[in-house]
Design a protein. Structure first.
Lengths: 198, 104
């Protein structure tokens, strides 16, 4: 893979948006748009062959999911201190930080990377400044796929938000190439440029 | 002459992706006035000095070009000062739990 990143004009790339996505993932997302805002996610899952049981098997393969359910006894007691009599349910949290990369984002990243591996992709690309990047990078590392994460990372003074700086570190520790951008909605534009090149 | 950085060194490069004035048309006016910048890390392909136009190889094997801005860039951030308004909450909460006999 020998390439020099090539940026195209913003309008040129954005006008090719649907086509680049279709070529990259093989899914025409427009067919699931059912109105101005609505998106038929359930039909997408049926068409791609991932029902709940299948997802569970794939996730457990990389130690994703099956996270502990923890009762927050003090919080329950505090809620009962202010709740009306007979109210104030016991409060539990699902500790999603117990997932391999530290968040629930491992759940969908494990499915995406599984599909990428199944389809013999050389790697995966994600446009995300948060936990999803760490999740994709972690899953790609486990699957032996290459990973590029595009982040909206710093302001025009070059200062990064601490949470995002931490995700940069996590993604790079998992072996991903991290493209850090200054803030702006053009994150998706750069993501499309990377898809087009790779 | 500036100190030469060895080939193969882990470095960061910087480039302008979209110059000011060529950004997304729907960006706010103050965003339009600054460029969209990019920073990526990788291994330096040829010896170079800070500020030079260089090529790097990223961890996934891509060759990228940009201005050499940092050698072995550190991961840094800080957590900021404690928030005074939050400091007393623990005591208040413990007082409620004590009143309800949950803690001593």
């Amino acid at each position: 893979m020998h390439q020099v990143i090539e940026m195209h004009g913003y309008k040129e790339i954005m006008s090719q948006r649907a086509e680049i996505m279709k070529q990259s993932v093989g899914i025409d997302y427009s067919q699931y748009e059912t109105g101005v805002l609505a998106f038929d996610y359930e039909r997408l899952l049926v068409d791609t062959g991932y029902d709940v049981d299948t997802a569970r098997v794939i996730q457990s393969d990389t130690a994703v999911g099956n996270t502990p359910l923890i009762e927050l006894k003090n919080i329950t007691e505090l809620v009962r201190a202010v709740a009306k009599p007979g109210k104030g349910a016991r409060i539990f949290v699902k500790d999603e930080a117990a997932n391999p990369s530290g968040s629930f984002k491992d759940r969908r990243a494990s499915l995406s990377v599984h599909e990428a591996k199944k389809q013999n992709y050389a790697g995966v690309v994600a446009a995300t400044s948060g936990n999803y990047g760490a999740a994709v990078a972690s899953q790609a590392a486990k699957a032996g796929l290459r990973c590029i994460v595009v982040q909206e990372a710093f302001n025009s003074q070059g200062i990064a938000q601490p949470e995002i700086a931490e995700k940069t570190r996590a993604c790079e520790a998992y072996g991903a190439e991290v493209i850090r951008l200054s803030v702006g909605p053009e994150l998706f534009y750069v993501f499309l440029c990377v898809l087009k090149e790779t | 002459m500036a100190e030469l950085i060895d080939k193969g060194t882990w470095v960061e490069i910087h480039t302008i992706v979209l110059p000011a004035g060529e950004r997304a048309p729907h960006d706010p006016a103050d965003t339009q006035q600054v460029p969209l910048e990019m920073r990526v890390k990788g291994f330096l392909v040829e010896p170079a000095s800070l500020g030079d136009e260089v090529e790097i190889i990223t961890t996934v094997g891509r060759h990228l070009r940009g201005t050499l801005v940092e050698v072995n860039p550190a991961y840094t951030h800080q957590f900021g000062a404690p928030i005074p308004e939050l400091l007393t909450i623990g005591g208040e909460v413990r007082a409620i739990l004590r009143e309800r006999g949950c803690i001593k």
